[in-house]
Design a protein around this ligand. Structure first.
Ligand SMILES: *Cc1c(COP(=O)(O)O)cnc(C)c1O
Length: 371
């Protein structure tokens, strides 16, 4: 039996609420679980407004558009992340301006941000990577000083805090994903959070084909895609949110288990996730390992995969993406930390549904490889 890198845990009210959708006939985005999910999740993150959408990438599309990012603008973001934020920026004709990673936390190195700000800079996209939040205080100070908007992509860190404040509460707009490997899931799903009523209304409109609230139906003044979420997905999400504290405990105990059992890797030149910073305890959305070289990573991953243990490579940096290079972005850019993470990093199974026995097998196979 293969040990997948992620297994979701659906042992609460998921089936009950899904059944309710089917028996009542509320399956589209008009059903009551959508509003319930928006209210409960925005409250959980201490925000005034939540707009549930079809996925986390859609949430970023909506966030950047709602903040009026347009052609000619520059948006600062990490190079080491998923493609979604860079894609949303280029789709609007704006330019992503990339920042290398901090070698310890793997987040955007906030010390490098100010030097990237120009008269064209409009916003900073902050992406919390893998378990430790970005150091927000310096980002907030820069945003104030240069009048920039903050978009906070918290897709990996539902329930995490920075200095006691919820991730997802820092952005002018913050975004989440509820894909099956996230801390809570609706299968596919996303959310936009904000405290600004006008922005929230704009996001609602952008979610739904830009139907105008005060115009005759089917008369449109702007283009907007269909980014709606279904009542079925929201039903799953509501059931998952009820269990979030338990899920966060599971994530942290898996992370602590691996930290203990795999500590010997550090003497062999491997890097494990940071356990904590001054601001946060690692939440271990995934448990990453960075090998001393690409060859050593490939050999260890090959061994694990042969033993039927799933792994995933780390993100591939934006400045090395063929699609962006073809479009003329990031020519000759170098970001050495992100390049090393992309080549030498991978993560091991730690889904909420991964069993203790499976974790022990993973550890056993890593020990065996080095024995
Ligand atoms: C998962 C993820 C996304 C994309 O979410 P989807 O729901 O898969 O579109 C965006 N940003 C980050 C940081 C993610 O981890």
């Amino acid at each position: 039996m293969v040990i997948p890198v992620n297994t979701p845990l659906l042992a609460g009210n998921e089936l009950k609420y899904l059944t309710e959708c089917v028996t009542t006939g509320w399956i589209s985005s008009d059903g009551p679980f959508v509003a319930k999910f928006e209210q409960e999740f925005s409250k959980y993150c201490h925000r005034n407004f939540g707009i549930a959408v079809s996925n986390g990438s859609a949430a970023l599309d909506i966030a950047l558009k709602a903040l009026e990012i347009q052609a000619g603008d520059e948006v600062i973001m990490p190079t080491f992340t998923i493609i979604s934020p860079a894609q949303s920026v280029t789709a609007l004709g704006a330019t992503p301006v990339l920042v290398d990673s901090d070698p310890h936390t793997w987040n955007m190195d906030v010390k490098l941000v100010e030097a990237k700000i120009t008269s064209r800079t409009k916003a900073i996209v902050v992406v919390h990577i893998y378990g430790i939040p970005v150091d927000m205080d310096p980002i907030i100070a820069l945003a104030k000083k240069y009048k920039l908007k903050i978009i906070e992509d918290a897709a990996q860190l539902h329930g995490q805090t920075y200095k006691g404040k919820s991730c997802g509460s820092f952005g002018d707009i913050s975004t989440f994903s509820f894909y099956a490997n996230k801390n809570i899931t609706s299968g596919e799903g996303g959310m936009v959070l904000t405290d600004d009523k006008a922005l929230a209304e704009r996001c609602r409109k952008l979610r739904n084909l830009c139907f105008e609230p005060n115009q005759p139906r089917f008369v449109h003044h702007e283009i907007g895609w269909n980014y709606r979420i279904s009542n079925l997905q929201a039903a799953l999400a509501v059931a998952q949110l009820e269990q979030i504290e338990h899920f966060l405990t599971i994530k942290r105990s898996m992370g602590n288990f691996y930290q203990q059992k795999l500590a010997f890797l550090k003497e062999k030149g491997y890097q494990l996730p940071v356990i904590q910073t001054d601001a946060s305890q690692n939440l271990y959305w995934v448990f990453g390992i960075v090998a001393p070289s690409e060859t050593e990573k490939e050999a260890l991953v090959k061994h694990l995969n042969e033993q039927k243990i799933g792994t995933r490579p780390f993100f591939w940096a934006m400045h090395e993406q063929p699609v962006f290079l073809k479009k003329g972005f990031f020519q000759n850019e170098q970001h050495p930390i992100a390049e090393k993470l992309a080549r030498c990093g991978f993560y091991i199974p730690s889904g909420l549904g991964t069993s203790q026995e499976q974790l022990e097998k993973v550890v056993y196979q890593i020990e065996k490889y080095f024995a």
